[in-house]
Design a protein around this ligand. Sequence first.
Ligand SMILES: NC(=O)c1ccc[n+]([C@@H]2O[C@H](COP(=O)([O-])OP(=O)(O)OC[C@H]3O[C@@H](n4cnc5c(N)ncnc54)[C@H](OP(=O)(O)O)[C@@H]3O)[C@@H](O)[C@H]2O)c1
Length: 249
Amino acid sequence: MSTPRITALVTGGNNGIGLAVCQLFSAQPNYHCIMGSRSLEKGQKALESIKSSNSSSAISLVQLDITSDDSIASAVEEVKAKHGHLDVLINNAGVCPVDFSRSVLRDCLDTNAISPALVTQAFAPLLLKSSNARIIYVSSALGSIQKRGDPDYMAYDADFKTYRISKAALNMLAACDAWEYKDKIKVFAFCPGYVITDLAGEREAKEKAGIAKTPDGSARGLLAIAEGKRDAENGLFLHDEKLGELYPW
Ligand SMILES: NC(=O)c1ccc[n+]([C@@H]2O[C@H](COP(=O)([O-])OP(=O)(O)OC[C@H]3O[C@@H](n4cnc5c(N)ncnc54)[C@H](OP(=O)(O)O)[C@@H]3O)[C@@H](O)[C@H]2O)c1
């Protein structure tokens, strides 16, 4: 009898870290990866790029704008109809505005904290049908309240107030969901590291600085969590790939 596939959904799967996750997960023999993309056109291109580098990738696409309740509801119906359940939910989609004003802060909180909360709430019935479900919130060390005051932290001198507030809220969401789904679903917050992507329009600066990593390392870290290698750290704020690599809230 063949092993049942693990079904994983990645929000913001069409670009950056999400795309690397879709590439890695869909190449695993026992996974089916669902790429969530708010633009079907961008998602289709990303899906084709994955298929062209590995034609046996187990991957599909779902339209998912995490700030739209209608889009979330349709994505849930589509995943339910095609798979009947969900094993891994990776709340990865995010933004990093550099300005600070009411509207910028409100939009950032909507994308980075409110929407992941509602995505999880909507997919919870499908996750609860899995015998071994995991939710991963892609957070950032910039959201650590303790690290904000640590002069030894490499981003101590950086501002990013809007983004920090939103990721601190996301961390609390992870802690609340770990409590809410205790014994039913494992829940993690995960920092993917300082990674070269389009986030905050910093790609060029990160490439020049030479200290940022490529997204494939972040994807390996997320696969380790999906595989259960970090289950002992359920409910905590993780980074990197190994057990014991934790950040303070
Ligand atoms: N890069 C880093 O150094 C770093 C460090 C720590 C944490 N992170 C976190 O990692 C996650 C991924 O970021 P990234 O670096 O890969 O950035 P990215 O390349 O800019 O990708 C962000 C993804 O989120 C999607 N997205 C944004 N708003 C969305 C919405 N309303 N609905 C659905 N999708 C939406 C984007 O879709 P579009 O293509 O349609 O815009 C894109 O696919 C974020 O949560 C970020 O905060 C990144």
